[in-house]
Design a protein around this ligand. Structure first.
Ligand code: 13P
Ligand code: SF4
Length: 360
């Protein structure tokens, strides 16, 4: 990280390892899986509900969403789908900010989640009260926040941004002479700052999954597989991003696996994405980017512990009971909708699709 970037990082908000739960993948035998699947299919119809799942959830949940008229995608596209879907209830299998974003854009719908404790280290690392106080100290700066934030943090922002359009938006704001506050991801912020040279104060949270990718291990793996192309999500450290053939959002990485000519890819993102990549590019070889140095142990092991909290059992339970509804104070919701809509309008004017499977 360059000196300029280090100076601009305002505080280190990475979580301590003990704040990150272990990644526990739901274990079901075949009979239990079949019974739960049939029950969920019946309940989705009875409750007028649609299942919307993120790419990082289990293959079972992704397949069930697609088989029942639901949807699997990246975080904002999940919310966009919610606005088009006719059901009165959305069940969001993902992490809490995704459920909140769905509710912000679809206030008339009931939004349920299998587990409301499914957090995100970026969201946890950016508490609304501290962030608000910080922004208040810099009233001359435009506040740009990543989608991985709470409704309250979005409500304090001027713009919400996704990785797919971050560079373009930041360049546009700089052309207007604006200086920025960027939150919460230090790595994505450092990447955007390096690419654009824009004056940005970076909040300093990180994704526990992507931060763990290791540049040295990646160099070694590339040497062993010189025919592989490297796909990297920009929540990864800069020295990992520096080795990428393509840097992009989850949707962009899926498209790259399908469209780039290479037969083999090294992929630095949550390994939950491999399910969709294998679906769209079944003849390609996918290798996980290394997450730990020699002899080291991993915290997340390339799979988000909070995404793993979504399973068939808790999905069936919330459909049965109606528990785990996302509730957002109406004033906060209305304020949080503004910077999301601003992003959508910016994308529309630029004729860019940020909400849809063309996000790249
Ligand atoms: P996307 O918005 O690209 O789906 O990413 C969400 C996320 O949590 C990445 O770690
Ligand atoms: Fe958050 Fe990282 Fe999990 Fe995505 S993978 S939800 S950024 S902790």
């Amino acid at each position: 990280m360059s000196a300029v970037i280090a100076e601009n990082i305002i505080r280190d908000r990475r979580l301590a390892p003990m704040q990150v739960p272990p990644t526990v993948v739901e274990a079901l035998d075949a009979a239990e899986r079949a019974a739960l699947t049939a029950r969920i299919q019946r309940l989705l119809v009875e409750r007028d509900a649609t299942l919307v799942a993120h790419y990082y959830t289990s293959p079972e949940l992704q397949e069930l969403a697609e088989a029942t008229g639901g949807y699997v995608s990246d975080s904002l596209d999940m919310a966009r789908f919610g606005t088009e879907c006719k059901s009165s209830t959305l069940v969001v299998a993902g992490v809490r900010f995704m459920g909140e974003t769905a509710k912000i854009l679809n206030p008339e719908k009931r939004v349920l989640m299998p587990d409301l404790h499914a957090e995100c280290s970026l969201d946890l690392g950016c508490p609304a009260d501290e962030f608000t106080a910080f922004c208040d100290q810099h009233p001359d700066r435009t506040v740009v926040v990543y989608a991985n934030t709470s409704a309250a943090v979005k409500a304090r922002s001027d713009w919400v941004v996704t990785s797919g359009i971050a560079l373009e938006l930041v360049r546009h704001l700089a052309e207007r002479g604006e200086k920025l506050i960027w939150a919460p991801d230090r790595h994505l912020g450092a990447y955007v700052q390096r690419e654009t040279g824009v004056d940005m104060l970076l909040w300093s949270a990180a994704c526990v999954v992507h931060e763990a990718f290791k540049a040295d291990g990646l160099r070694k793996l590339r040497a062993e597989h010189p025919d592989a192309q490297v796909l990297v999500h920009p929540e990864s450290p800069l020295d990992v991003i520096a080795q990428a053939d393509l840097v992009g959002s989850t949707t962009a990485l899926v498209k790259a696996a399908r469209d780039l000519p290479a037969r083999k890819f090294i992929v630095a993102t949550d390994n939950g994405l491999f399910h969709k990549m294998k679906q769209v590019a079944p003849d390609k070889i996918l290798l996980e980017a290394p997450i730990a140095g020699k002899g080291a142990t991993c915290v997340s092991c390339a799979h988000c512990p909070w995404m793993a909290m979504n399973g068939l059992r808790n999905l069936a339970r919330v459909l049965e009971t109606g528990d785990n509804e996302i509730m957002i104070d109406e004033a906060v919701r209305e304020r949080a909708a503004l910077p999301i809509r601003r992003l959508l309008e910016f994308a529309r004017q630029r004729k860019r699709v940020v909400l849809g499977n063309n996000d790249a």
